[in-house]
Ligand binder design. Structure first.
Ligand code: GDP
Ligand code: IMO
Ligand code: MG
Length: 425
């Protein structure tokens, strides 16, 4: 069986935990999109890992890890991540494959991300400043792009880097009055990247197809969330890749029909980091309660996450565009203690009720949520392992979400640990 796990909201749904659990029965785990903007948390015993580029299956020593062509690789972050795992006794030797076609995030991408955000002032996108947008822009623009495979020929790379850095320096100076970057310093870093990462470079598309032919079980790990998808999310407040499941085939060269099951991950409420419309946002005591109880602070940037009620309109949309089969609902425990819970079942836009999510900024900005209210529960549910043992109000809440999004909730998170999970059906 091949599975694909993808976030259905604005990211940070708990994909890391779900992938880690499913990786127990997978031979290979593949990251196919995004870059070090992702922060996927996996907890193993007393150890907490925040993974940015390595697939969340990497903490399981027998799992083969693939970073496919759709990922933008920041070699500094990847190196640190491999070292951190090694310090905890987890080696990636012989079980990490990096696509030679994955694009490389270099210092000038991060610099451009920062300069551009600063220049926008209050209109900034609120990016993670990890150089993601500028790197994908270079990929699409082609002439100034560098891929992991380019590290194989350092002589050619040196000449190309000179041209690219000269171009970027002119641009940054003219637009932002910025100090120039040194092409030589970036080249020296590339030499060290080549030494470290060339052994991992693979034709990952060939590897994945060969592995499928051998009957291996593959788990595709999405980054970000479907509503941050460049084409189908809340543009321009999105990331620069197709972060819904629609990005999976292009991001790794495996057709979607090779996936047996698409599993969507949601939180029992909604969060978002960075700017952009967020109809169900609770910028009040309720939002603060969820933020404190759910530790809703960014895994990558530490920023407080914006919190709000569950938005069934948004999730039903992600389910539809993503061909989602079943859903993992995380953080149900976080809602304990709230007297009432609201679920947004429709939007009111220009006096009309609408249940299909408008992924158009101007329309979405006019949407006011139509809520239904359900009773909450007080009991701590963090030790519950059986659906029937949940308080009746918690069960009803899950069942109502299932009805509204039209898919079964088969996994429920009641805490960050592996064991704090309920399996259904
Ligand atoms: P990802 O980006 O989708 O992998 O999610 P993050 O790791 O950025 O954020 C999810 C956070 O919630 C992490 O701190 C997880 O340890 C934590 N978490 C995951 N599932 C649950 C859950 O069911 N309950 C609670 N309380 N925490 C959870
Ligand atoms: P995971 O994989 C939450 C958001 C940023 C910003 C927008 C653009 O952990 O769910 P970018 O740096 O990508 O150009 O920023 O996208 N964003 C995320 N939000 N979780 C993520 O990843 C995110 N990756 C990017 O906050 O609003
Ligand atoms: Mg995250």
């Amino acid at each position: 069986m091949n599975h694909c796990v993808v976030g259905l909201q604005w990211g940070d749904e708990g994909k890391g935990k779900v992938v880690d659990i499913l990786a127990e029965h997978s031979d290979i785990v593949v990251r196919y999109g995004g870059g070090a903007n992702a922060g996927h948390t996996v907890i193993v015993g007393d150890s907490r890992f925040a993974l940015h580029l390595l697939p969340s299956g990497s903490v399981r020593p027998k799992v083969i890890c693939v970073i496919a062509n759709g990922v933008v690789v920041d070699p500094d972050v990847l190196g640190t991540e491999i070292d951190t795992l090694a310090q905890k006794g987890i080696s990636l030797d012989g079980r990490l494959h990096i696509s030679e076609n994955a694009h490389v995030v270099l210092d000038y991408h991060k610099r451009e991300d920062q300069l551009c955000e600063e220049s926008l002032g209050k209109n900034k996108l609120g990016t993670t400043v990890r150089g993601i947008g500028p790197c994908y822009a270079d990929k699409v623009g082609r002439s100034h792009a560098l891929r992991m495979g380019d590290l194989r020929n350092l002589e050619v790379l040196k000449t190309r880097l000179r041209t690219i850095v000269e171009y970027k320096n002119k641009l940054f100076a003219a637009l932002y009055g910025a100090e120039p970057l040194s092409a030589d310093a970036i080249f020296e870093k590339c030499e060290s990247y080549a030494e470290r990462f060339l052994p991992y470079l693979t034709d990952t598309t060939e590897f994945l197809h060969q592995s499928m032919a051998e009957g291996k079980s593959i788990l595709f790990e999405g980054a970000q969330g479907s509503l941050l998808d460049l084409d189908h999310g809340t543009f321009p407040f999105v990331t620069s890749s197709n972060s819904s499941s629609l990005g999976m085939p292009a991001g790794c060269g495996v057709p979607a029909k090779c996936v047996d099951k698409f599993i969507g991950v949601i939180k029992a409420y909604t969060t978002r980091v960075g700017a952009g419309p967020f109809p169900v946002e609770q910028d009040n005591d309720i939002g603060q309660y969820i933020r404190d109880k759910g530790h809703e602070y960014g895994t990558t940037t530490g920023r407080p996450r914006r919190c709000g009620w569950f938005d069934a309109v948004a999730v039903a949309y992600s389910v539809t565009i993503g061909a989602i089969d079943s859903v993992a609902l995380m953080h149900l425990d976080t809602l304990a203690g709230l007297k009432e819970l609201k679920i947004c079942r429709a939007y009111k836009i220009n006096g009309q009720e609408r249940t299909f999510f408008p992924a158009n900024m101007a329309t979405l900005a006019q949407a006011s949520p139509v809520y239904e209210t359900l009773p909450g529960w007080d009991q701590d549910i963090t030790e519950v392992t059986n659906f029937q043992d949940l308080p009746v109000n918690a069960r009803d809440y899950v069942c109502r979400i299932e009805q509204l999004i039209g898919r079964p909730v088969t996994i429920i998170g009641v805490g960050p640990k592996r064991t704090q999970t309920i399996f259904r059906h």
